[in-house]
Design a binder for this molecule. Sequence first.
Ligand SMILES: Nc1ncnc2c1ncn2[C@@H]1O[C@H](COP(=O)(O)OP(=O)(O)OP(=O)(O)O)[C@@H](O)[C@H]1O
Ligand SMILES: [Mg+2]
Length: 430
Amino acid sequence: MIDPEKGFTSDVITDPNRFVGRIDLIRSCMQALHSPNSLIAIYGKRGVGKSSLLRQVQQMALGDYTLATNAGLHHEIPDKPRTYLTVFYTCDAIIESGEALVSRLCNDQNDEDGLLRLVPQDGKEIVEFTRTKEVSGGADLKVINWGAKGIESSKYARVVEGDTVQTFRNFVSSVVQHQVKGKMKRDGLLILLDEFDVLQNKNGLGSLIKSLSSKDIKFGVCGIGQDLTDLIEDHASVERLLEQGAIHVKTMPDQEAVNVLNKAEELFEGDLGIDDDVKNDIVKASQGYPYFIQMIGKSCVSKASQLGLTVIDRHVYNRVLEDIKSGVAFPTLESSYQRAIGNSEARQMLLHLLAEQPEEMTLFHEDVGRILLKNVRKDAAEFEVDYLDQNLPRLLDRKFGPVLRRIPEGQGIYEFINPVFRLYVNLRAI
Ligand SMILES: Nc1ncnc2c1ncn2[C@@H]1O[C@H](COP(=O)(O)OP(=O)(O)OP(=O)(O)O)[C@@H](O)[C@H]1O
Ligand SMILES: [Mg+2]
């Protein structure tokens, strides 16, 4: 039995040796890290690889440039790259304001990524560690013992009752003084905020971040969006900080997508091969979404193991396709599918019709993925007269997904909220 996780993963990629492609983005991240003032903002569609890139930013910030070297950017690495200690926090939809976010940061007890771990305190034991197996891996700090006082945040730095932002400033300045400059001799503290798009009220977040940034403290935010406004509403206030740091993650070009499969073969260390024509088919089905490649890859490995094979050939791939067609391969996507169609054949038909539409580029965004309803109407006319207008609303309804969202830039333009779900529908049998 070969472990699929050895070569494929649906998790965020932290290890630079598993990270494929994205050379231009790595270059931009490197530049933004090196510029003392720049804020970093990573945005793009769901499942396209944003968080993985953010984790690579963290690695480089710690001084580990394995990724840039592997990507052939060795000559572009600054002689003395700015180095950081890092905080990594994943936001959630319960956080209702900038102040709530700052409060979360002050209370996060994650022992490898939290801010609190870095705040000096009697009795707390902190050790250096690296997130990768590399010897060169950049060291960060983690807590191995929170000390007798426990992990009650008020016992740490000067907490100012009723003033979260000031408390945060106090925490951060004590971290910068003692850990960043003192113990680790770094240039600054880098605070990375993933899933920044889910924050309920984005009002004033840009200016808050701007006011907290300094030559010692840099922020990096990351989330779903087609442009910066989706991430930072008041982006005008941070525009100057973003000259180098606005990073749009797009779908992977085919060559990079093939390399995800080549990388997997390399990680399997000869235990498993993938036929070239199967690689091409997987790349075509995935349309540049590494998440789908990883998921199909994992299924193929399991299937090959079941069949006692060490090569993913046409036969193995076809068996996986059958599983996808019948809805047993990816339970999570399948349950979204079932929820969307309910028991309605008409809605199922419509869903497939929408998913099959060629993706349109629209005027204002370079991202593809738009569906024009008038084109769907033409196809729909061949089936049943009225069912489109009856069934579309459910696909837009929160209760049943939602599967689609209306794009405000023009009439009758829609988009699949989860592009990977669209890919799935295209492989799923009616
Ligand atoms: N550069 C890469 N090389 C190989 N695989 C990648 C790369 N980037 C992302 N992936 C894979 O794609 C999937 C999605 O990655 P990730 O979670 O980073 O995307 P995301 O854009 O943050 O997704 P979400 O919008 O759901 O937060 C994961 O399975 C990850 O392993
Ligand atoms: Mg993510």
